[in-house]
Structures are given as C-alpha cells and as structure tokens.
Design a protein. Structure first.
Length: 702
C-alpha cells in the first residue's frame, strides 16, 4: 500500500473554512459593537436579517468545519492503521528473515543475556529458542574466560569500532562441541546510547574439520617428502618450481636456498652441459608429449680441494588436472653415486685381481683370444711362479705372503710395456701377453724382471720368481699351445732352480735373523763346531752329524717372525711378549717343512725348547719323548750362550756355565747328555779358557 504525497503549496480546506469563519465572526462582532455604541436604536442601525444571516453563516461554517475535520480525522486514523499494518508487515518480514537466516543470530542484552534467538542458533546449540532466552553465551562456552572480549566490547559500545568477530567454542545440549565464528555489533538509539548487541554466530565445525584434515594431509605430505631419500621437485607447465623437498636441494647442492618460484633452468648451474641438455630435453618431452621419462647424469659438487661428481638418476612424470590435461610435472631424483661406484667396483673386480690390482685370469683368457690376430704377431707369452710363497706364508703369515705377491706383481708390471697385458693367473702364478714382441725381446723382459727381484731388499726374504717364455710367430699356431709351452718352460726352470732358490731363501732368512739378533757368522760357525765335536764323542752317525750341523745354525730360524721390539728387548719379557716368543719353534718347524731340504730337521727345530721334566714348550714333551738331537742342541746352545754372552747379558766363566748345567740337569737338560758334555768340555783344551763374565739366564719364567 502506497501513500500519495501532498502538494506542499496546496492549503488544506480546514484552513480556508477556518479563515472564513473568523472573517464572519469578526464581521458579526463589529456589527454588534457598532449597534451597541450608536445613539440610534439598535434596530434602526442594522437590520436583524443581517444579524441572523451572520449567525447562520457562523453556524454553517462551524458545521462544515466540524464535518471536514471529522472526515480528516477519520482519514488520519485510517492512514495510521495502514502505516501500523505496514510496520507490522515489515517487522514480521524482518522476524522471518532473522528466524530463517542460515547463520545463528541472537539479540543479546547489555549484561550478556540472550533476549531473542533465531532457529539457526537454536538448532546449532540444540536448545529451543525459549531455553536460550535469558541464558548467557558465556555459560555455553567451552573455555569460559571471563572478560576476554571486554576491551573489544567496550570499543563496540562506545561506537569506536562498528563490529568485531572472534572464534568461540560452545557446548551443545548433548555435550558435543560446536566451533563458531561470531560477529558482534551494537544497536544504538537516536541519542547514541547502546540498546542491545546483535550476535551473528556461524557454525564452522565442519569447515575446521576439513581444514584440519587438509592441514594434516599437507603435514603428512611435507613429512613424507622430507622423509624419503629421493629428491622431489614439482613444476607447472612453464617450468616454474611449485614444490620441493630438502633432499632435492641437497642433491643439487643448493642447500639453504629457496627455489620455489624459480624456473627449473635456474638450478641446473652445477650440472655439466650434457646433463643440462638432458634435463631440458627430458622435461620438454614430458610436458609436450605427456609421457614419463627417465634420465641419469653427473653433477659436479665443488669442495675445498677438488670437485667431486655426484651421479643422479631421475624420473619425470606429468601432472594432470581433472580433465586429464597436463598442468606440470613431478621430477624425482635419486643419488646413485654409490650404486654406480659399487657396480664399477664389481665390474673392476670381475676383471682384476683384488690383491695385486693386475688383471685376473678371466680377463687374461678373453684378452688372449682377442689379441690372437695376424696384426699382433709375433705374440710372446710369459708364465711365472713365485718361489718361496708357502715358506713366507708358514713363517710370517699370509699377510706377509700377500705383500710378497704384491711386490712381485709390481716388479713384473713395472718392467713390462704399456700395451702388455699382465695378469695374476692364480695363487702364486703370473702371466704376461706381449703383442708384437719377438722371442728375443720377451727374454730381455724376463731378464729385467729377474734382475729387479734380485735388487729388491724389502721384506723378510728376497723376491724370486721362475719364468718361462714362448712365442707364437705364425698364424697357424694355436695360442693355447703357446701358453702351455710357456708354462712347461716355467715348471722346468722351477725344477732346476728349486734347490738353489730354497737355499737362497734359507740363507736370506738366516742373514735376516743374524742382523736382527746381532749374532755374528763366527757365532754360527763356533756353535756348529762345538755341536759337531760333541756329536762325535757321542758316536753319532754321519747322517745325524749332518742334521746336527744344520740344527746348530737353524734351530732358532723361527725367530725371524718375532717382532724386533720383543727380540731385541734388554729387560724381562712380559707374559704377552713371552707368549709370542714361545711360538718361534712352531714357526721354524713350518719353515723347515716348507723349504723341502730342511724337512728332516723340522721335528728337532720344533722340540729344541722342550725340557726334560716336561715343563718346556711348545708341546711339553718329557724325557725320551724329546728328539735326541734336540736334547743335544739345547745343551750346546745354552753353554755357548752363557760363555759368549748376548746383548742383554754379560758372559760368564766356563766353570760357572758348567755349574749352571749341573743345576738344571734332569730338569731342563737330559742328565746323561749333560754329564757327557761336562766331561767333553773338561778334556777339550780349546774350550778351557773362556772369558769370564756375568750369568745369562736362558730359561723361561717359572
């Protein structure tokens, strides 16, 4: 219903009638005054008709005025009712709007009590609107922190701020929690005084649940990306980096730098040109052809002393939108440096001997048939076998034997040419392929190898190797037959030289022992002569005399394996050191067996420190269990040690030495042989004058 606006220049009819009435009344009044003040009789002055007419006019005007005013009043009342109805309609519409609003709304008194609540708020809190009225919102809060919004509320009341919002959690009627965001505003009267607060409460429980789920998903994604060993880089269709993890930055050597938002090409500076081209080609193919691609390459990583190469393997795959269109790519990087090096090491070991670094037999056999062409003729082959390896292994342990093999491998390789193939055939055997090499040159190479071995002074024994050589000169010859001939020549050489080689090794060991123990050659000769002379008085056979002569010189050969710190120690040995020292008879036993021509005195070497009463070492033999020659050499060696002295003890007189033998007769020494030796030294004038000196104790700790 619309009200027609009035013309501001139109005078209401009431004012016109009222003006006419006033005019008539004034006219009537003037007439009456005139007649009353005139000297003429009233009736002679103004006719009564005029007076009656004026009175009628006045009453008529009053009637019309009352009638019109009544109608106007009725119209105003009708207009008022129309406006009142319109106001109620708008109020109802506003109420319905508030009640049907999708968010909770409440009219809150200034003391915090709810004056009115809509249906949405009622459903949110699971209370009826009637139950919410007069309750305070703070009563329903999960965390009822009194006054936490007071500063904002004061500003709101004073109209300093138009509104404010805050996050709140409330208990529903069933005890569950609803998470909300509430907007607070104040309604003021015309004088600016606050009337009540309008609270608009939005339920954000589901939104927060979804947000927390998304946050948890993002956190899981972040933790996953940072936990995996692979580097991950996500780019858009233009190659701009959207996401990366620390592993990727570490692999690309860009630690601490934020690369999100940069183009992928900006992080390839550490790559070589080949890798940069491969990177670009791979990414372009992924984005343009919408397919997965793999790549691998090296990245130079600078360090303080030099640049090291890191080998990366990568996989790039396109990312798609919901329509299946490519919108970017994900690049996954993995460091395969160790894997590649391990593969290279495996490949190297499959072709090389791990100990010496030379080629192995498998490579040699492949190379032998590869080089077997007419262009490489004449082809010479050398086969070598190390002398004395078993002796070194038995005497000093396999570690020293390995060192001997490495020394000889180095000698062979250094005396061959760059294009020659030097390989370890197996065990103590080496082979060499000499392409385009006549027999004379091959023999010269063999001679150089032998000379280099003889000039080498490192190690306990001098390196020695038996070499055989053969040459294929014509295309029709079988290369395998050539190799077999070289091997046969090597074995023939070894057979011819074996005795002299073993003798040279023993001499080398004996010389080493003399140098380390400060024993002189005269000591060895003197001990040999004394043992031989005493053996003759015992009526030993020539064979036993020969063995006794060797035993006199080599009974302590096992000491070559004892460390210098123990062997040359001038003070008493500790228990640990004495344990090491007591192993030398076993070492000497193994050396004698390994040398071949000393095997017949191996048992005597093993037992020369056994005692008659069974307290010796290493096997605690007693009495006649001890080999006869071992018992003899024990007495002779002890006597010579006492009268001649050592670096750690002064010599003693012959008489004192013989007294010491008598004291240990039946304990350390064979009593019969001890008495025979005393008688022997007494009647032999060559041993009667011995330089006096201190006593040397040769027995182990008891």
């Amino acid at each position: 219903m619309k009200v027609k606006p009035k013309n501001p220049y139109e005078l209401p009819i009431e004012f016109i009638l009222l003006a006419g009435l006033l005019t008539a009344l004034l006219s009537l009044g003037n007439t009456l005054v005139f007649r009353m003040s005139s000297s003429l009789p009233l009736k002679d002055k103004i006719p009564d008709s005029y007076i009656y007419a004026a009175i009628i006019c006045v009453f008529t005007t009053c009637f019309l005025l009352v009638t019109i005013m009544r109608r106007r009043m009725l119209a105003d009342i009708e207009s008022y009712h129309e406006k009142l109805s319109l106001s109620r309609m708008y109020e109802e519409r506003f109420r319905l709007t508030i009640d049907n609003a999708p968010v909770g709304m409440a009219m809150v008194d200034l003391d915090g009590s709810i004056l009115r609540a809509n249906q949405a708020l009622s459903e949110m809190f699971q209370y009826s609107p009637e139950e919410l009225i007069s309750r305070k919102l703070t009563e329903l809060q999960v965390s009822n922190k009194t006054g936490e919004d007071d500063p904002l509320l004061e500003q709101l009341m004073s109209n300093t701020i138009p509104k404010y919002y805050s996050s709140k959690e409330y208990f529903r009627k069933d005890g569950t929690v609803v998470e909300t965001i509430q907007h607070m505003s104040v309604v003021h009267d015309t004088n600016g005084n606050p009337l009540h607060v309008i609270a608009q409460v939005e339920d954000v429980t589901e939104k927060n649940r979804i947000r927390r789920a998304l946050d948890a998903e993002r956190e899981l994604l972040s933790v996953t990306l940072e936990s995996i060993q692979e580097g991950v880089i996500s780019v858009d269709i233009d190659g701009i980096i959207l996401l990366t993890n620390d592993t990727a930055k570490s692999l690309l050597d860009i630690n601490g730098e934020n690369i999100v938002g940069k183009h992928l090409s900006e992080i390839t500076d550490t790559m070589d040109e080949k890798m940069q081209r491969l990177w670009k080609t791979t990414l372009d193919s992924v984005l343009m052809e919408n397919r997965t691609a793999h790549f691998s390459g090296g990245i130079k990583i600078p360090s303080e002393d030099h640049s090291t190469e890191r080998i990366l393997e990568g996989c790039a795959a396109p990312t798609h939108d919901k329509h299946g269109s490519a919108i970017g790519a994900v690049v996954v990087l993995r460091d395969i440096t160790e894997q590649v090096r391990a593969e290279e090491q495996i490949r190297y070991l499959s072709l090389h001997d791990k100990l010496t670094g030379l080629y192995n037999r498998a490579f040699f056999e492949d190379a032998l048939f590869s080089v077997d062409t007419g262009e490489q003729l004449p082809i010479s082959l050398i086969m070598g076998d190390v002398n004395g390896l078993k002796l070194v292994n038995d005497a000093f342990g396999h570690q020293r034997g390995d060192e001997l093999l490495k020394r000889i491998a180095g000698i062979i390789q250094s005396n061959c040419r760059k294009d020659d193939v030097v390989a370890r055939w197996g065990g103590d055997e080496f082979t060499v392929i000499l392409p385009q090499t006549p027999r004379q040159v091959a023999d010269e190479i063999c001679a150089r190898i032998r000379k280099a071995c003889s000039n080498t002074k490192e190690g306990p024994i001098q390196p020695s190797i038996a070499l055989g050589c053969q040459t294929k000169e014509k295309p029709g010859q079988d290369i395998r037959k050539t190799l077999k001939d070289a091997e046969d020549r090597m074995y023939n050489k070894k057979l011819v030289e074996s005795k002299s080689a073993r003798s040279a090794i023993i001499s080398s060991l004996r010389k080493t022992l003399e140098e380390r123990t400060c024993d002189t050659e005269e000591h060895g000769v003197r001990l040999q002569n004394l043992a031989l002379a005493f053996g003759r008085t015992l009526m030993l056979s020539n064979s036993d005399l020969d063995k006794l002569t060797l035993l006199a010189v080599l009974h302590d050969i096992g000491k070559v394996a004892v460390p210098d710190a123990i062997l040359m120690k001038s003070t008493s040995l500790t228990c640990e050191e004495w344990t090491i020292m007591k192993k030398h008879p076993e070492t000497g036993y193994r050396i004698a067996h390994a040398s071949g021509n000393l095997a017949n005195i191996a048992d005597e070497i093993l037992s020369h420190h056994e005692w008659w009463d069974g307290t010796g070492y290493p096997n605690e033999l007693r009495g006649d269990e001890i080999p006869y020659l071992s018992r003899i050499i024990a007495i002779v060696d002890a006597y010579d040690t006492m009268v001649q002295g050592r670096h750690y003890e002064k010599p003693v007189s012959q008489e004192k030495a013989l007294d010491e033998l008598r004291r240990y007769s039946g304990i350390q020494f064979d009593p019969d042989l001890t008495q025979a030796f005393i008688d022997f030294t007494t009647v032999n004038e060559m041993y009667s004058e011995i330089e006096a000196g201190g006593y040397l104790k040769t027995s182990p700790p008891r």
